[in-house]
Design a protein around this ligand. Structure first.
Ligand code: NAP
Ligand code: GCO
Length: 266
């Protein structure tokens, strides 16, 4: 068997949350191409149906389920259903996430809590639900989708930054607490990626010029471009595969160099 087999996910079952489209879909697609069976969920049947169709168009028979990842009872019930219908989860990607761009002093506590609920509490809930079976199986991979905001702040994203900063530390704590069971928990910190979530930051201006934030990100990124979801596929396969069995508690930033760069002189 060649060394490349270390990157194979053949025979593994991967659950990617919130993966009807966007980053989650790209990661699940990469896992399927690497041999994994794909399970995904989204928040409503319409999105799940859209996702199943999109996976099928990519030649992937994905198992789609409706589940709000903030609902612990629903998550626990779904894990039991997946184990019955598909099998025990070998790889979990906590991808589902939201952002609300509101100046902190104008943000309600309820809005702040909602972002933290999806972006931080839900990865706790879902990880807690799958870890017992991973322990029984003798291995597991948990990958949390962090962010530049796990390291940096910016105006209007206080809740998101607090949640993604917490997700970085939850990643390290799962590593610390469950590494002895051959469970590796790592994070991926995407830079600025072209998805529906960042579409408002890239909209062309009425005069056809780039959005100011778009120009800002280009100046802050050594690669001088926004990331594509495909840029995340290789790193995600690495962290889900046996090739990373001694990588634990690490946040792998896939950002084109943003975190290393002071930014282009105006
Ligand atoms: P996206 O396009 O907004 O997709 C997020 C997905 O999560 C959507 O399918 C969404 O469903 C789903 N979701 C939201 N709340 C949910 C819930 N309670 N239960 C189940 N599913 C839920 O986002 P993305 O850009 O692909 O980002 C995916 C992840 O990467 C997020 O965690 C995000 O914070 C992170 N990230 C994104 C970037 C970027 O530049 N795009 C960079 C760094 C990190 P709905 O359509 O119903 O909302
Ligand atoms: C924002 C963006 C970012 C990205 C991502 C960067 O408003 O600043 O949405 O938060 O989504 O998290 O890594």
């Amino acid at each position: 068997m060649g060394f490349e087999q270390n990157f194979s996910l053949k025979g593994k079952i991967a659950w990617v949350t919130g993966a009807s489209y966007g980053i989650g879909f790209a990661i699940a697609n990469a896992y399927a191409q690497s041999g994994a069976t794909i399970v995904f969920n989204d928040i409503n049947q319409e999105l799940v149906d859209k996702g199943v169709k999109a996976y099928a168009e990519a030649g992937i028979k994905a198992h789609g389920y409706v589940c709000d990842v903030t609902d612990e009872a629903a998550v626990n019930a779904l894990v039991a259903k997946i184990e019955k219908e598909v099998g025990v989860i070998d790889i979990l990607v906590n991808n589902a996430g939201i952002i609300r761009r509101i100046p902190m002093t104008e943000m309600s506590a309820a809005e702040f809590r909602k972002v933290v609920d999806v972006d931080l509490n839900a990865p706790f809930i879902v990880s807690k639900a799958v870890i017992p079976s991973m322990i029984k199986k003798g291995h597991g991979k948990i990958i949390n989708i962090c962010s530049m905001m796990s390291e940096l702040g910016r105006e209007t994203v206080s809740a998101y930054a607090a949640a993604k900063g917490g997700l970085k530390m939850l990643t390290r704590n799962i590593c610390s607490e469950y590494g002895k069971y051959n469970i590796q928990c790592n994070g991926i910190g995407p830079g600025y990626i072209a998805t529906p979530q960042t579409a408002p930051l890239r909209e062309r201006q009425p005069d056809g010029s780039r959005h100011p934030f778009d120009s800002f990100i280009i100046a802050k990124t050594p690669a001088e471009r926004w990331g594509e979801t495909s840029d995340l596929m290789g790193p995600a396969v690495f962290l889900a595969s046996d090739a990373s069995n001694f990588v634990n508690g690490h946040i792998l930033y896939v950002d084109g160099g943003i975190l290393a760069y002071i930014g282009k002189q105006p």
